[in-house]
Design a protein around this ligand. Structure first.
Ligand code: AHM
Ligand code: MG
Length: 340
């Protein structure tokens, strides 16, 4: 089967199965299940905009008070879909404080575990700003047939076998990697399928966009303050400053920069000494995608994918995007900061 533009996700997954290192079919099936859950979550997110407009519209749809529960809905939807695949023995989610283990016979034998942020950037949802789901898949360390243990979920990002995100935006996209490059699929609502739209995404080595919440300027380290100043000065090559773009929704900010070239930074601040973003739920999957697209991701000093998580809710400073921009930001961190 040849790869062609607009190829449906499921066909693409089957076609690429032979290229996967862990090509046993399970990972392919799992990615298909993630695609199905994404379509269901997308449907509910699209409805959310109608709530004020239409008022109450039936028990099967969402009320305004329910809007706040969309993240819980997304969480349970993904958990159910992943459980149904039978290939995953447990999930750690930003929504839950404990890991969720599956004790049905099929899932107990599942070779993989999954970490996810079911609805990132959720605080933006009632103002129609794009939000996203972020996921990553690891091979389990514990024995198949037994209950997974927390160590299964505390692996370095480098052990990921797949990672991706779904962006619920002006169009809905799924972008993922299995370590063989990055591909993007856009949901075609007329047929209800994710179709190949971005084959083998490569991010520009240099970019002109910097994305950081400058509202925290006074809380930043000297390294970050000086890097921002550098971005605001006239660039030698373009004779103009970099462009500042910050949505406040990681998936959206990262996705834009991935395609156009840029850097996303969430550094530590005086009141968030470890940064804000979660290593396992947010940074590792995004870092895997960044690297697979030719970009870079670090905590300012160290490659994200090599950090061993100490616990499920470990936060890290996060720098990701175009390789040369991230390298430059790291030089500022090294020059001015004692810590990253
Ligand atoms: P969340 O997991 O509670 O949604 O927080 C993560 C989000 C990211 O999507 C976004 O980049 C960041 O928080 C924005 O934070 P801030 O408002 O502090 O700039
Ligand atoms: Mg999040």
């Amino acid at each position: 089967m040849k790869i062609y533009k607009s190829m449906p996700l499921n066909q693409f997954i089957i076609r690429r199965q032979e290229d996967l290192e862990h090509a046993t079919g399970e990972l392919s099936r799992l990615l298909s299940h993630i695609g199905v859950a994404a379509k269901i979550v997308n449907r509910e997110i699209n409805k959310s905009g109608l709530i004020d407009f239409l008022g109450e519209f039936g028990s099967s749809t969402l009320q305004r008070s329910e809007l706040k529960k969309l993240d819980v809905f997304a969480d349970s939807q993904f958990i159910e879909a992943i459980k149904a695949s039978g290939d995953v023995c447990g999930i750690a989610s930003e929504e839950n404080h404990e890991i969720v283990t599956f004790d049905n016979i099929l899932s107990k034998d599942g070779k993989y575990i999954m970490c996810m942020d079911p609805l990132d950037g959720f605080s933006n949802i009632d103002v129609n700003v794009s939000v996203g789901t972020i996921f990553s898949i690891y091979p389990r360390i514990s024995k198949c047939g037994e209950e997974p243990v927390v160590e299964d979920f505390l692996q370095e990002g480098i052990k990921q076998v797949a990672a991706g995100y779904i962006i619920y935006g002006s169009s809905t996209m799924m972008v993922y990697t299995t370590g063989q490059g990055v591909n993007g699929f856009t949901l075609d609502p007329s047929i209800g399928e994710f179709c190949l739209s971005h084959l083998d995404i490569r991010t520009p080595e240099d970019g002109h966009i910097y994305s950081i919440n400058e509202g925290y300027y006074t809380k930043f380290s000297d390294g970050i303050k000086n890097y921002i100043k550098y971005c605001q000065e006239n660039n030698e090559e373009t004779k103009r400053p970099y462009t500042s773009r910050y949505i406040g929704s990681l998936v959206s900010d990262f996705h834009r920069n991935l395609l156009k070239g840029g850097i996303y930074i969430y550094p530590y601040t005086t009141d968030k000494p470890e940064g804000k973003l979660f290593l396992s739920y947010e940074c590792n999957p995004i870092a895997f995608i960044a690297e697979q697209a030719g970009g870079r991701a670090s905590d300012g000093n160290k490659r994200i994918l090599e950090i061993k998580p100490k616990n499920l809710r470990q936060r890290v400073p996060f720098f990701s995007g175009s390789i040369n921009m991230v390298k430059t930001a790291e030089t500022f961190v090294k020059k001015y900061n004692h810590k990253n």
